[in-house]
Design a protein around this ligand. Structure first.
Ligand SMILES: *[C@@H]1O[C@H](CO)[C@@H](O)[C@H](O)[C@H]1NC(C)=O
Ligand SMILES: *[C@@H]1O[C@H](CO)[C@@H](O)[C@H](O)[C@H]1NC(C)=O
Ligand SMILES: *[C@@H]1O[C@H](CO)[C@@H](O)[C@H](O)[C@H]1NC(C)=O
Ligand SMILES: *[C@@H]1O[C@H](CO)[C@@H](O)[C@H](O)[C@H]1NC(C)=O
Ligand SMILES: *[C@@H]1O[C@H](CO)[C@@H](O)[C@H](O)[C@H]1NC(C)=O
Ligand SMILES: *[C@@H]1O[C@H](CO)[C@@H](O)[C@H](O)[C@H]1NC(C)=O
Length: 776
């Protein structure tokens, strides 16, 4: 087993220098947190319990300082893990970690990593429209027995979204707890919030003790992110959700009947992998059915990414794990959380907009978006001078980006300032303009965001415009000696076409770890999402924002993930026997790939049709997902066989085998043979050849049903499916088929299409991607 060689070297060199110059050997400050995975079954008989053995193993490598340091009372073991993962998190010097690798029973050692929340903050005010598709189906199913664990920044229990009126008593199988602390007491848990726990040992070990004046060392959420994601999963309906008197509507989560358990793993200083692992472990033991994890980062490798390994353990216990895909789009290969046992969720828009107009001195009107809510419009009679502090080249500079300290009062006072999007938070740019005496802001997209508009709750009159409009306005400001404009705010508009559209920021495939597993899995609403908010932070999250709101609007794959978690809770309630893979299959094979104009789902960054590397199987369709007809089921051993087919070494495989009796049966000919609901064919040779992939479907529709296959055509390959009909005679019957790809002509770019099984009622659709590997 190895730590990462390059990183290891770097750590070693750094600490060596530090040691020589400043610190005595092995003081607490040279220690780091390591997650140590142990082989539970290797415990020698001399130990009576695992914790005792783990602790003895760690202590056996601890280097005692030559002189006792009375100040060195640091606890070496900060966590022990027992459910989804086995081992400990421990504070060790590099040398101790090195020694520990050699100890009996030690499977792997991961250094602590810091994960980020997957949000681009874009607060606004609005009301949720009643005919919104997200609210149609959510009342129809009962989900009282399903507990969703949310790993995030905690929860604001006073929010009306967590009102438990009408809920039945907490199910007896629930083993969670309500941990108390500053501003969080037992009574803050309820029939809705059935669990609340905090995980901070990894954070404190890295960042020092939590200062309780600055931060609640309790499940209380001061950031707002965790309250927002939890309410999106399972918030109770709140009628008249209304922000600063601006708009009116009903806010509700996807599964209003489900219960929530908040696992606070993210703090002011970040989210640490040892805390995340501990929370997953605890949540599985507590009895959650679904885990919603809107964060990512860490190491891109199935076996070195703590979240991937913990999610494998959760999946083995039947827990559905939904994670955000990341906000690294539109760059390709920007995904996180790509393990096949995780449901990876990208973000798309809804059919709702908040238009605002820029009226130029030339008479031209340009429409952008804004959620600015001030006392008045800028006077529509008066034109204000327009200023842009960049050049007409396409590269932004610090003052064109309106970074702090770059705007001079004598240049911008009384004017509308054009600011390029990027680097600093969007609302903060407006604060910079306001502080310098500007009266308004036009926030212009650059090519990184294209035409995708994110509405914000600005602190001064401000309108966001797309890249093309931005260029035109900048050109006018730079070339006209007397450029002027005014701004007007038009409120909420519904039934916007086209929608949904894949968000530009949504992370893109392909899955660099295995091209054979298509990722992301699905997209779900993640732009301008309204949900409950903390009472501790203004809607823009800026320290200068003293407004208090009960609801806020955020954008990010952090917001799309809890939509899928909530829908998974509904599916689990309706089909308690479904495995996590069955739930994912139902979501994927019923997803749609067209928008509300019946055209292919577009990509906001290019305004062209998106493909499965952008949207996976498509946009979730919750009503259809509850009756998918067929499912592609996968058991824990199948995922393990996938890892075997990926040719992980025995040591790497051990990371996933807590019960050491799981071993490779070599049942998959290739990683592409995993019974995934999407098909990604990787074609390596240049000459004519055939590739065969295998799939097995389980009938969850009417016992006697006959399905016919349809496959799209491709330039590079011909595809044959055998058999082309599947005749089911009983419920839960499994039938297998083969997909045979024969190369026709090599293509320089990936090709995309679909395979659909239909019985005339159900359409069981799998996306197909064909990747052509460069010849060696
Ligand atoms: C919870 O909802 C019920 C029914 O709608 C209402 O009567 C009650 O006042 C609400 N409680 C809180 C704390 O908002
Ligand atoms: C920038 O402005 C100069 C002078 O007005 C012009 O010659 C040049 O073509 C412009 N460049 C771009 C990229 O618009
Ligand atoms: C600039 O234009 C505005 C309105 O278009 C006008 O009121 C103002 O007098 C003009 N200023 C100059 C210096 O031309
Ligand atoms: C702002 O101006 C727009 C267009 O001129 C108008 O429709 C809207 O009602 C105005 N809003 C307010 C708050 O006055
Ligand atoms: C491993 O062993 C346990 C009990 O000893 C058994 O229940 C389980 O099915 C075995 N798993 C595999 C993959 O063989
Ligand atoms: C399914 O039944 C049809 C006739 O109803 C038959 O033509 C077809 O071969 C059958 N398919 C299989 C795989 O048995």
């Amino acid at each position: 087993m190895s730590l990462f060689p390059e990183k290891w070297l770097l750590l070693f060199l750094t600490s060596f220098l530090t040691f020589n110059l400043v610190f005595p050997e092995n003081t607490p400050s040279t220690r780091k947190t390591y997650i140590v995975q142990m082989d539970k079954s290797a415990m020698p008989e001399s130990f009576s319990n695992h914790l005792q053995w783990y602790s003895s193993t760690v202590n056996s490598v601890v280097i005692k300082p030559e002189k006792e340091d009375p100040k060195d009372d640091e606890e070496r073991i900060i966590y022990s893990y027992q459910t989804a993962f086995h081992g400990v998190a421990a504070r060790l010097s590099e040398e101790e970690a090195n020694r520990l690798q050699e100890q009996h029973g030690v499977v792997a050692i991961f250094p602590e990593t810091v994960y980020q929340l997957h949000t681009t903050r874009s607060p606004v005010f609005l009301g949720l429209e009643r005919e919104d598709s997200t609210s149609v189906w959510s009342d129809k199913l009962s989900s009282h027995d399903v507990v969703v664990g949310v790993l995030d920044t905690g929860i604001w229990p006073e929010s009306e979204s967590f009102n438990d009126t009408g809920m039945t008593p907490v199910p007896s199988h629930w083993k969670g707890a309500c941990e108390t602390g500053r501003a969080f007491a037992k009574h803050h848990c309820s029939r809705k919030i059935v669990g609340a726990r905090i995980f901070y040992h990894g954070y404190e070990a890295a960042s020092g003790k939590i200062n309780e004046k600055d931060e609640y060392k309790s499940p209380r959420d001061q950031d707002g992110h965790g309250t927002h994601t939890a309410a999106t999963v399972a918030g109770s309906p709140v009628r008249g959700a209304n922000l600063l008197g601006y708009a009116y509507g009903t806010a509700r989560g996807m599964a209003p009947g489900a219960r929530l358990a908040a696992y606070k793993v993210c703090w002011v200083g970040g989210c640490f992998s040892s805390d995340i692992l501990s929370a997953v472990d605890r949540a599985v033991a507590d009895g959650v059915s679904v885990l919603s994890i809107s964060l990512g980062g860490g190491i891109i490798s199935y076996y070195r990414d703590g979240l991937s390994v913990a999610a494998f353990g959760a999946m083995e216990k039947g827990v559905f794990v939904s994670c955000s895909a990341g906000n690294g789009g539109p760059d390709p290969i920007s995904l996180t959380n790509v393990s096949p046992w995780i449901t990876t969720v990208g973000a798309s828009t809804m059919d709702r907009k908040f238009p605002a107009n820029v009226k130029l001195g030339t008479g031209r009107t340009i429409t952008g978006v804004s959620l600015y809510k001030g006392r008045r419009n800028l006077s529509t009679q008066k034109q204000y001078q327009l200023v842009y502090l960049g050049s007409n080249s396409s590269s932004p500079d610090p003052s064109s980006l309106c970074l702090e300290g770059t705007l001079e009062r004598n240049v911008v006072a009384g004017k509308i300032v054009i600011c390029d999007r990027g680097i600093s938070p969007r609302v903060q740019k407006g604060q910079v303009v306001k502080d310098a005496g500007g009266v308004g802001m036009i926030l212009a997209n650059t090519d990184a965001n294209g035409e995708e508009l994110v509405a914000d709750c600005h602190l001064l009159p401000a309108v966001a415009v797309g890249e093309t409009a931005g260029k035109a306005i900048k050109h006018y400001a730079l070339t006209s000696s007397n450029a002027t404009a005014t701004l007007a705010f038009l409120g909420t508009r519904l039934k916007i076409q086209p929608s949904p559209v894949v968000a530009a920021f949504s992370s893109r495939g392909p899955n660099i770890l295995s091209l054979e597993i298509l990722k992301p899995d699905v997209v779900a609403p993640g732009v301008n999402i309204l949900a409950a908010w903390t009472g501790d932070m203004g809607p823009s999250s800026l320290p200068t924002d003293y407004r208090k709101v009960r609801f806020n609007i955020l954008s990010g794959t952090s917001m799309s993930c809890p939509h899928v978690s909530g829908v998974a809770a509904l599916l689990k309630a309706r089909h308690p026997e479904w495995s996590p893979a069955a739930i994912k299959s139902a979501l994927m094979t019923t997803a749609y790939v067209h928008d509300n104009t019946y055209k292919p789902l577009k990509d906001a960054s290019s305004n062209e049709p998106s493909n499965p590397y952008d949207h996976g199987a498509g946009h979730i369709n919750p009503l259809k997902a509850s009756d998918p007809g067929l499912i592609y089921d996968i058991e824990a051993q199948d995922y393990f066989e996938f890892l075997c087919a990926m040719e992980l070494t025995p040591t790497q495989l051990k990371v996933f085998t807590k019960s050491s009796n799981r071993s490779c049966q070599h049942s998959l000919a290739s990683p592409g043979d995993l019974n995934y609901p999407a098909i990604s064919a990787v074609i390596e040779t240049t000459s004519v050849s055939a590739l065969t992939l295998h799939r097995t479907v389980t009938n969850v529709g009417p016992p006697v049903s006959k399905y016919h296959v349809t496959v799209s055509s491709f330039k590079g390959v011909s595809i044959k499916v055998e058999p082309a009909t599947l005749n089911f005679t009983s419920k839960h019957q499994k039938l297998s088929y083969k997909v045979i790809f024969t190369t026709k002509s090599r293509q320089s770019v990936p090709e995309f299409g679909y395979l659909i099984w239909s019985d005339g009622v159900h359409m069981v659709r799998s996306p197909i991607a064909i990747a052509w590997l460069a010849p060696l």
